[in-house]
Structure formats: C-alpha cells, structure tokens
Design a protein around this ligand. Structure first.
Ligand SMILES: [Zn+2]
Length: 485
C-alpha cells in the first residue's frame, strides 16, 4: 500500500477511542465470585455469572466507587441517577445472551483530559464513562483438539469494566498514543486497574475516519478492534488512515464496518458490517434498580483522590526545577514519583536524583532483572551525597550502585570494602600523570603537534593507572598543564 506524503498531507484523520478498563475489585460486579486472573478455567463462577435462569444480580458498591474515581479524575459530571441496560447479542462467551451495560443513562458524561502536563496541551473530550460487565473468554488454541473445538472460560464473565469513550478529538496516531498513555497513568494512580494490556485489563478500540484537510463534515468511520498494545495502536491507526485515503483517492467509498488489526500481517481487515445501536435492542435492566449517587458519596470519593499525575508533573517542574521530560518520566508511576521525592528530600539534590533514577538505576535494574527500586531511598541518597562531596567520581558511583543492587549493601560499606575513594589530591595525581607522560613519548609528540584529541586517551590512561579513583576533572587540568611542556 502506498500513500505518498504529499497526498497524505491533503487529508486529516479524525480519531476517537473507546477504552475498556478492568477494575481491580476483589469480586465481580454482580456476584461475589473472585476476579483473580489466571485461575483454572471456570473455577470462579456461580449461577449469576453463568447466566442460569432465576439468578439475580446485586451491584458491587466498590465497582461504582472505582468508576466514580475515574470519572472525577477525567473531569466528568457524575449523573445523580444512572441506569443499567441489557445489550442483547449472541456470542458463546456471553451465557445470558445479553451484557449488562449502561446505555442512555450512563454513570458520567462531559469530561476531558489534557495531553500535556496539568493545564497544558490539547484537551481531549470524554463523552462518557459507564459501568458494565465483562464477557467470558473463548479459548481457540492450546488444546489437543483445538483444530476442531473451542473452549469457554467464564472466570472473566461478570468482572467489572468501565468504558471510557472519547470525543473524536484526536488527529494523529501519535496523539492517540499520548492520550492512551495519559489515561493509563491516571488509572494506575487511582489504583483502580492494573491496566495490563497483555492480560486484557486495558483494551482499546478506535473509531477512525479521514476528511480533506479543512473540511468540517465527518467522513464515514470504521471501528478498528484488537489494538492490544501501544505499538499496535499506532501502527493500526497509521495503516487504517492510509487505507481510507487510498480508497477515497481511487474514487471509492468507505464502508462503515468493524475491522480487526492483524499484527502478524500488519494490516486491518473487515470483520463484519458495523452494528448500529438498534441492533442490540437495548432496554433497561429489570433486575437492577437505577443507580442513585448522592452528593455525599461523590464528595467522599473526591476527597479520596490522590494528587493526579499531570498535576504532580507540573509541581515537579516548578518545585524541583527538573526538566519537563524528567518530570514526565518520573510521574509515569506513582511508586517511582514517591521514591524520587524521598531521595530528593534526603539528598537535597533533586536534579542529580532525577538523573540517577532515570538513567543508571533504571539501566542497572533492567540489566540485573531486579524490580524497582532495587536500593532503598536512603541508600541511594547516601551514594549521591558521596558523589556530591566529590569523595567518589561518577564512574565509581556507577560501579558502587551496581554492587548495591547486587548485594543490597550500603554505599559506605562498598566504598570501605573496596578502598574506593576519589583522589582529589592534585600532587598525587600529578605524579601519576608524569609517569604516564614519560612512558608515552609518541602520543606526547602527537599532542604537541596539534592533535589535541589525544587528551582523552591520556585521561583514560591515568584513570586506568589509578583504578578509576582519580578525580577526572583534576586529571584533565593536570594533564593539560604537563602536556603543555
Ligand atoms: Zn459469579
């Protein structure tokens, strides 16, 4: 498929995302079965979530509280009265023949989320946030007779979900990616979902259309499903946008349909013609009362909200004077942001702390396959203090940190045991420098004839001779003096 950049530039995409988030309640939304992931198939089931005749649903209050947290954090208005509805369709993983969802009276509406830090960047409208139950899972692979049979696991049937529907305010795959990242971080901060895309606790569908740049009407949209990673989301959107442009450029028309992203073939393909709402014959769920949310309950939930990630990011930028990108990365996880604040407080060095957490610590944890944080906040602060006092050099600090992660010893213990101490004595360094200079007349000649890049080589030799303990800045100064002859 080929759409040239020139042609692509004549169009703009209109994208809206529908995101399903599995809530972290202990029990399901309408029964007391466990929501635990990975249990043996069909273990966590009962007459309610199996859809047996006569079983009656009872709403889980915790699921409502979690949904309210999400809605408030997304600046939505929570409806004082909302209602559950039956969405009727047949599928083997849906034993009742309908899904209990919310339709014309959702939990919350009319919110927004910014794509930048607090109060900056594009605002993406949130059309609605509603509660619903998850379906079971069809297992098409992994059994000896999988070529002729599919199996059903109903452990997931009745697990609470919220669906977050955005306005079609996104115009590029990159914006969609940023939106989903912001949304995910928010849910993680609220501790209402683990947002694990591989396990399906965060799922994303996209509505996509294209129109000529500058046009105001909307083109016919397709719904792209199966976007189960951030990478797939971007790739699938880019593919689908180009596909639609190509159809229109070729004189064709876009068909309103549901398309699946095939990650193996790197393309979307038509799955079925898009259902319209009336196909589902929605009607109010007769077994559940309307959901009434009092002002008091709403206030209570609002009071429990933590500092939200984008607000925290803004605060980090002003309070700690760290670069925007560092603040963004640190605030991606509440645990990392908490850890940063603790180390920064103990060390009094926020910039240095941000640097070490985002670079060396992150790298070493990955290299050693250790979970975050690997070293306690006080131990990292102590290491940074040694560095700050110039008792150890940067390369030594890296070596010590690696050892700290491996052995869980403190920086001071490792420094003492290894005899690692930075040499800040100019005389002592000068002695080594003179030895190195005397032993390498050829390189000295090169340096003096104008090849000053040789200086780096000399620094390396001196560092090697001092087992990395010489203060590198001092080494440079002394070397320049000695080499000048
Ligand atoms: Zn159950």
């Amino acid at each position: 498929m080929g759409v040239s950049p020139d042609v692509r530039a004549q169009y703009e995409a209109v994208i809206g995302l529908e995101v399903h988030v599995q809530l972290l309640t202990k029990s399901k939304i309408f029964c007391s079965c466990s929501t635990r992931f990975g249990d043996p198939p069909n273990q966590n089931t009962c007459p309610v979530c199996l859809g047996l005749p006569g079983a009656l649903p009872v709403l889980n209050r915790e699921a409502v509280t979690m949904a309210m947290k999400a809605a408030l954090a997304l600046n939505c208005a929570i409806n004082p009265r909302s209602r559950f509805a039956r969405k009727n369709y047949f599928y083997p993983d849906l034993p009742k023949g309908y899904q209990i969802s919310q339709y014309d009276e959702p939990l919350a509406e009319s919110g927004w989320i910014g794509l930048g830090t607090d109060g900056t960047g594009k605002r993406v409208g949130i059309t609605r946030v509603h509660l619903e139950e998850d379906a079971g899972k069809s297992l098409h692979e992994g059994f000896p007779d999988s070529d002729s049979k599919s199996y059903i696991d109903l452990n997931r049937s009745g697990v609470p979900l919220i669906e977050i529907v955005s306005e079609p305010d996104l115009s590029t795959p990159e914006e969609a990616h940023t939106y989903l990242t912001r949304l995910r971080t928010l849910m993680l901060y609220l501790e209402i979902s683990d947002c694990n895309m591989e396990e399906g606790s965060l799922r994303c569908d996209a509505n996509v259309s294209v129109r000529r740049r500058g046009a105001t009407g909307l083109g016919t949209k397709t719904e792209v499903k199966n976007l189960n990673s951030f990478r797939f989301l971007q790739k699938a959107l880019a593919y689908e946008i180009d596909r639609q442009i190509e159809v229109i450029e070729g004189g064709g028309e876009i068909t309103q349909e549901t398309r699946l992203w095939d990650s193996r073939e790197q393309r979307t393909y038509g799955m079925r013609s898009k259902e319209f709402a009336h196909d589902y014959r929605y009607f109010p769920e007769p077994d559940l009362l309307p959901l009434v949310i009092s002002e008091a309950w709403k206030d209570e939930v609002r009071r429990c909200l933590p500092e939200l990630p984008q607000a925290r990011e803004s605060r980090f930028i002003t309070q700690y004077a760290i670069p925007n990108q560092d603040a963004y990365l640190l605030c991606q996880s509440r645990a990392v942001a908490d850890y940063f604040e603790e180390v920064a407080r103990l060390s009094g060095e926020p910039k240095l702390t941000a640097n070490w957490i985002l670079n060396d610590l992150a790298f070493l944890l990955q290299e050693n396959a250790k979970p975050f944080p690997g070293v306690s906040a006080s131990n990292l602060a102590a290491l940074l203090a040694l560095l700050q006092k110039r008792e150890i050099s940067g390369p030594m600090a890296k070596e010590i940190l690696a050892e700290m992660i491996r052995t869980e010893k403190s920086a001071a213990e490792i420094v003492a045991a290894k005899g690692l101490r930075q040499i800040n004595d100019a005389e002592q360094i000068a002695a080594t420098v003179r030895e190195v200079v005397a032993a390498n007349p050829k390189q000295v000649e090169q340096y003096r004839s104008g090849k000053t890049a040789t200086l780096g080589w000399f620094v390396g030799q001196v560092m090697k001779a001092t087992r990395g303990q010489a203060n590198p800045q001092l080494v440079q100064e002394v070397l320049k003096r000695e080499l000048a002859g």
